[in-house]
Design a protein around this ligand. Structure first.
Ligand code: OAD
Length: 252
């Protein structure tokens, strides 16, 4: 079947029309059309000399906490200025369509939630959320603190340094979120992998778990990834076009 904007294979439409359990994994590509740079894109301006992999580690934070805090403050500002795009909005609609729907995201930018996802089924945040802050020492979420001019600010309970509530390289993923993501991949009939390079584990294994369990896997990405060869369907293009086209193809 061809929609006007984007070709959607008819067997995929039929499969989704009868699907009861759908799981979706999103990555930075879903937010690209909102103007949030993908993780591996060149850093700009002030930050062009740093690689994200060198800033997003507990070691980097301990070595230079101010630098890491300020990088995240810059990124937080970027995401607060960004708006959800048609891909986020289509996923909100898709959540309403299936008896079971799980949205798993590697994105920390909160754009799925701002678009309206998570009303029927909670969004699973595998890598945390940049809008939340936690204590580096105690690992508990901190909603407010006193600004004393110190960077990073201090935990009001223990005086430890505050940090963004995101998962850094060399850190484990939140256990409950990971467990829920595994279960969704294991139990779904259709698994969509959208805007992710599929190279960061353990998220990158989720589509293979779904494939092994007999689900169809749909990849949406303008570029090839390690998953492309194994995917059941590949919608090669930007998520902001492919997802609205998929949604309208599902509407009788
Ligand atoms: P990447 O930056 O690795 O990959 C982004 C993917 O999005 C690439 O495959 C692009 O081809 C694709 N892409 C770009 N524009 C797109 C568009 N308009 N529509 C669809 N796809 C598009 O981001 P992730 O795979 O999300 O982890 O990276 C995974 C994790 O690696 C991140 O969550 C982060 C990073 O390290 C942590 O912070 C722990």
């Amino acid at each position: 079947m061809l929609t006007e904007q984007f070709p959607i294979p008819w067997p995929l439409v039929e499969l989704l029309r009868s699907a009861q359990r759908v799981a979706v994994l999103t990555g930075a590509g879903v937010s690209a059309e909102s103007g949030v740079p993908t993780f591996r894109e060149a850093q700009t301006g002030l930050w062009s000399n740093y690689r994200p992999e060198e800033l997003a580690t507990p070691q980097a934070f301990l070595h230079n906490p101010r630098l890491v805090w300020e990088w995240y403050a810059w990124r937080r500002n970027l995401v607060l200025k960004a708006e959800p795009n048609p891909a986020h909005l289509a996923l909100v609609e898709l959540e309403q369509r299936f008896p079971h729907f799980t949205l798993i995201t590697q994105n920390v930018d909160n754009l799925h939630q701002r678009a309206g996802s998570g009303k029927r089924f909670p969004v699973i945040e595998l890598h945390g959320n940049i809008l939340r802050t936690k204590c580096f020492e105690e690992n508990r979420e901190i909603a407010s603190w006193q600004e004393t001019g110190e960077t990073p600010p201090r935990c009001p309970h223990c005086g430890g340094m505050l940090r963004p509530d995101v998962v850094w390289f060399n850190e484990p993923l939140p256990e409950q979120a990971l467990q829920a993501a595994w279960e969704a991949a294991q139990n779904c009939q259709v698994f969509l992998s959208i805007g992710t390079s599929g190279i960061v584990q353990p998220a990158a294994s989720l589509p293979y778990r779904a494939l092994d369990a007999g689900a169809a896997v749909v990849e949406i990405n303008p570029d090839e990834t390690p998953l492309t060869r194994s995917a059941t369907f590949v919608l090669s293009g930007p998520a902001g076009q492919a997802l609205p086209a998929l949604l309208s193809a599902l509407t009788p």
